[in-house]
Design a protein around this ligand. Structure first.
Ligand code: ASP
Length: 437
């Protein structure tokens, strides 16, 4: 199976694994000396930051183009409206359940309190897109200053992502409802998306060096204990993801589509593996489509609508990661988490994951939206906290992307079953499946 992924060009991913391990070993062996920082420490710090910035600069074009394409593809026709409505409902329901489970896991496992306090200050990596931290003061403030943009370009320039997403959703819906007239604009965004993805490819060429530098910098600044101290947090995220895979999806598939989850998981095993290997649900999309049509028994009409829309909008794994990460940081810095704040984190995490493109580390980038939204963090806390998360992001990205790929397939099967467009014989006939890749 691993060779299947390797054959698809995900080999770089295993290089990245080696880079993480090498960065951790070299960093632990060669600690940072704040009084006399070596040339190597300074250089790797800069390389790591350049790498993060190269990814961060792609966030806005990716979010806008992928959301516009996804929303406008819902179209205006009645049939499309019906399928679109059902799909959107299932996407939102899934993300709502995911955020609730993640909040419960974050609340009961308290990963932030298990992290030694003395290790959290003074990390060298600066945050992305953090903007100014403005606490929300009531509903009017939320609506007028944080949600509805007066000038979407002003919000863009201030890297204020929530109003940008609100505008893009409304604009995308309008494009979907004006028919062929919208084609040039949608084609424009398709080109923006494709070109930005190309830049992602280019940036990822430096991923090995970038990730090595980040891990080296984090570990040499903080020591190898950093990674071991992050284990409770990582365990909480993985536990929450497994709850969806082993409990929520099996129940949803059985109740809403009368499908045995093992049949579906076997049908999409290549997509799961490629998702894990690339940490990019967009890059996995061609494999996911092939698995669902040739093995999952989902009609082309449903698969080609639900899966691409899901790649840009439906990310249960990212939602869970963001909820637990923000709760982790709040616990770390002693920021109180009353029910109201947890609920705000859940809602903002749903928005932030809708806004995250299906590319590596996108969830880390859009997370600043939640930190901005709930407020209370000082800028240096955001900087130090995010650098802790960056140090372990790669592994968690692989895990959450796997869930992001699976949740689209679950929704596609449920929608297809509801429309009478699910070939059940094919789905349960593992022996006769074609090769997908
Ligand atoms: N890497 C994820 C994906 O492609 C997005 C994220 O960073 O959460 O689905």
């Amino acid at each position: 199976m691993i060779m299947v992924a390797l054959g698809l060009g995900t080999k770089r991913h295993w290089h990245i694994f080696i880079a993480i391990i090498a960065g951790a070993i070299v960093g632990a062996w060669w600690p940072y000396n704040a009084l006399h920082p070596s040339f190597a420490h300074q250089t790797f710090d800069i390389i790591g930051q350049v790498f993060i910035r190269l990814i961060a600069m792609l966030a806005i074009p990716l979010i806008i183009s992928s959301l516009t394409i996804g929303i406008s593809s819902l179209g205006d026709g009645r049939q499309l409206g019906k399928i679109g409505g059902k799909t959107l409902f299932l996407f939102l329901l899934g993300m709502f359940i995911a955020s609730g489970i993640a909040a419960a896991v974050g609340y009961y496992t308290q990963p932030g309190l298990r992290f030694p306090h003395e290790l959290i200050v003074g990390s060298g990596i600066t945050p992305l897109l953090s903007g100014d931290i403005k606490p929300i003061e009531g509903f009017k403030d939320l609506l007028l200053n944080h949600l509805i943009p007066q000038n979407p370009f002003g919000s863009l320039a201030q890297r204020d992502l929530v109003p940008v997403i609100v505008f893009t959703v409304i604009f995308g819906a309008a494009l979907g409802s004006i028919g062929d007239t919208a084609r040039p604009v949608v084609a424009f965004f398709e080109a923006v998306f494709a070109a930005t993805m190309k830049v992602v490819d280019w940036v990822m060429i430096f991923a090995v060096l970038g990730i090595f530098s980040l891990t080296f910098t984090a570990v040499s600044h903080e020591g190898i204990q950093l990674l071991t101290h992050m284990l409770p947090f990582m365990g909480a995220v993985v536990f929450a993801l497994l709850m969806m895979i082993l409990v929520v999806y099996p129940i949803a598939l059985f109740v809403l589509a009368r499908v045995n989850f093992m049949d579906l998981y076997r049908a999409i095993s290549e997509a799961i593996l490629v998702g894990f290997g690339t940490a990019s649900s967009s890059a996995t999309l061609p494999v996911t489509l092939a698995c669902m049509e040739r093995r999952g028994g989902v009609s082309n009409r449903i698969a080609s609508f639900v899966l691409p829309a899901g790649v840009s909008m439906n990310m249960n794994g990212t939602t869970m990661f963001e909820v637990i990460s923000v709760m982790f940081l709040a616990q770390l810095y002693g920021i109180p988490l009353p029910m109201q704040t947890i609920f705000t984190i859940m809602l903002l995490a749903i928005m932030a994951s809708i806004g995250a493109a299906g590319v590596p580390s996108a969830g880390m980038i859009t997370m600043s939206l939640i930190l901005n939204g709930i407020g209370g963090f000082r800028p240096e806390q955001v900087a130090a906290g995010l650098s802790l998360l960056w140090a372990v992001d790669r592994i968690l990205d692989m895990c959450r992307t796997t869930l992001n790929v699976m949740d689209d397939c679950v929704v596609a099967v449920i929608v297809a079953a509801g429309e009478g467009e699910l070939n059940r014989e094919l789905l349960s006939a593992g022996e006769s499946w074609d090769e997908v890749i």
